[in-house]
Design a protein around this ligand. Structure first.
Ligand code: APR
Length: 310
């Protein structure tokens, strides 16, 4: 029997467990849920495993508080940490999550040295940098989830405005996963036609603003919780791209080594994702105003990196 790939979800909270659900539904890999809270990952895993017969799926789903049981993972998805609470900016989370990420990534990679690491914990651009440093892995093997989610939100709002299916709306978002993210209107299309031909500037500006505040909008409605279904779906899509070596072009948090005029920083850019992680950072042409918006977004990522001493 062929050995199924093994994916460990480091952090079995809302995003981690829901990523497990999306992955289980794909029948793609065995899953291990890891969390610091005793009983929690075991309970979440049991709940997931009990749904498998309904789908007719054969994956193994287990939960643990012991990194030894995560050994030999092909992909590590890191969602451990504290979510953003109302009134907190993503950067408020910085110091708490820095310690958590350094610790869990060091211990997880020690037993899964061949793994690709996908970071979800916020502020994700900074935490991906922290994770790469802690892991000692090559930069392409460590990347983060943000653009897939931001782009999905952007596409959703564009589709609603146009009254068409989001399936045929293409759009992507670059830059840091924060209020300065850069939705690229010029490259956004519906059925191949630029959205700018179909929508007024006023409508597009409104959608860009809503996309930038997409996480905050949900936070405000829920009051005591943050988005997790769409974040988990975007994460599962990235895991699938790695496991199946799909070479999908997806916006991810990738390391820049001179691309877009930036050096030594992790930030959202389109990239080809395959079995080695980031196979290629895709450099699209930016106009001066887009480059300026991207640079401002990168500057907003460099600030907290400096706070952490990087
Ligand atoms: N080791 C392992 N697990 C930990 C640790 C640790 N040191 N510290 C916290 N955790 C676990 C918590 O016990 C919890 O189960 O991380 C999990 C986080 O889950 P939630 O609080 O439900 O947060 P979630 O909504 O899943 O978001 C996780 O993803 O999108 C981002 O901003 C979000 O940074 C947040 C992360």
């Amino acid at each position: 029997m062929t050995k199924r790939p093994k994916v460990t979800l480091v952090g079995a909270g809302n995003v981690g467990a829901t990523t497990g659900m999306w992955l289980m539904a794909r029948n793609l890999c065995d899953l291990v849920l890891f969390d610091v809270v005793e009983g929690w990952p075991q309970g979440k895993a049991l709940d997931l495993a009990e749904a498998a017969p309904i789908f007719g799926h054969t994956v193994s789903v287990t939960g643990t508080n012991d990194f030894a049981e995560t050994a030999g993972s092909d992909v590590l998805v890191v969602t451990a940490g504290s979510p953003r609470r109302p009134g907190m900016t993503r950067d408020d989370l910085l110091k708490v999550n820095n310690d958590v990420i350094s610790d869990v990534v060091t211990r997880a990679v020690a037993v899964s040295p061949e793994a690709v690491v996908i970071v979800v914990t916020n502020p994700v651009d900074v935490m991906t940098f922290v994770a790469q440093r802690a892991s000692g892995l090559p930069h392409p093997r460590v990347f983060g989830m943000a653009g897939g989610l931001d782009s999905a939100r952007f596409r959703t709002f564009l589709a609603w405005e146009l009254g068409v299916s989001a399936k045929d709306v293409f759009g992507f978002v670059m830059g840091g996963h924060g209020d300065q993210m850069v939705p690229l209107v010029r490259y956004s299309t519906v059925g191949g036609e630029p959205v700018e031909k179909r929508l007024s500037k006023e409508a597009i500006d409104r959608i860009v603003t809503r996309t930038r505040g997409g996480g905050g909008e949900i936070l405000q409605l829920l009051k005591n919780g943050s988005a997790f279904v769409a974040p988990a779906a975007a994460t599962a899509e990235m895991v699938e791209a790695v496991l199946l070596d799909q070479r999908r072009t997806i916006p991810v948090v990738a390391y820049l080594n001179g691309e877009y005029g930036q050096q030594g920083v992790y930030v959202g850019v389109p990239a080809v994702i395959g079995k080695g992680g980031v196979e290629q950072v895709v450099e699209i042409d930016l106009q001066p105003d887009e480059q300026a918006a991207f640079d401002a977004s990168v500057a907003a990522v460099r600030g907290p990196l400096a706070v952490l001493g990087f």
